[in-house]
Write a protein that binds this ligand. Structure first.
Ligand SMILES: [Zn+2]
Ligand SMILES: [Zn+2]
Ligand SMILES: [Zn+2]
Ligand SMILES: [Zn+2]
Ligand SMILES: [Zn+2]
Length: 176
């Protein structure tokens, strides 16, 4: 059916609210009522046999595979990236990957390890390394070569090595 101007006459289907060319409307209504239903959440017309699939894929909360919690879809991305306690982060001192929930406790221990600062020849805790860089007394001690200095230096190396081994052992036991 066409109007005098050649426009197609359409009728709105009361089931899906779409404009349907009038010659097809009867057939469409039968098909539409039998096969499609309106999603109560987003209002899309969804094939009845795929309604559950549509809900699960589009609206249902998501089970986080890391923490096993069920998370609303709208906040899932931020959950995965910033909130999930089981998301994997890396220790700023040893770069070991571990769950976020364990990070603070791990870094507490890990940051107690020391590293030799070649500028001032003293051992600096990893957690203070950044601070130390700005106030390091510099190369003064590098020029001191008295036996007394070397003795205390060696003493220091052995002590610090043992201390670091101890902390590492503690971390390994704790992660296992
Ligand atoms: Zn329809
Ligand atoms: Zn929907
Ligand atoms: Zn999670
Ligand atoms: Zn660490
Ligand atoms: Zn230094």
């Amino acid at each position: 059916m066409e109007t005098a101007t050649g426009e197609e006459i359409t009728i709105v289907c009361n089931h899906c609210d779409r404009d349907i060319p009038s010659p097809n409307i009867d057939l469409h209504r039968v098909h539409c009522a039998r096969n499609l239903e309106k999603c109560k959440i987003c209002g899309d017309m969804v094939p009845k046999k795929h309604a559950e699939e549509h809900f699960l894929n589009t609206h249902a909360p998501i089970a986080c595979s890391m923490c096993q919690e069920t998370i609303e879809r709208e906040i899932f991305d931020s959950h995965k990236g910033e909130i999930c306690p089981k998301r994997i982060v890396t220790c700023e001192f040893c770069e070991f990957p571990l769950p976020a929930v364990d990070l603070a406790e791990h870094q507490e221990v890990c940051g107690n390890r020391t590293e030799l600062c070649y500028q001032c020849n003293s051992y600096v805790r990893l957690r203070e390394r950044y601070n130390h860089e700005t106030k390091c007394p510099g190369t003064v001690l590098n020029n001191v070569e008295s036996s007394r200095y070397i003795y205390s230096y060696l003493h220091c190396v052995i002590f610090e090595t043992l201390l670091n081994l101890y902390i590492l052992a503690k971390l390994i036991l704790w992660n296992g």
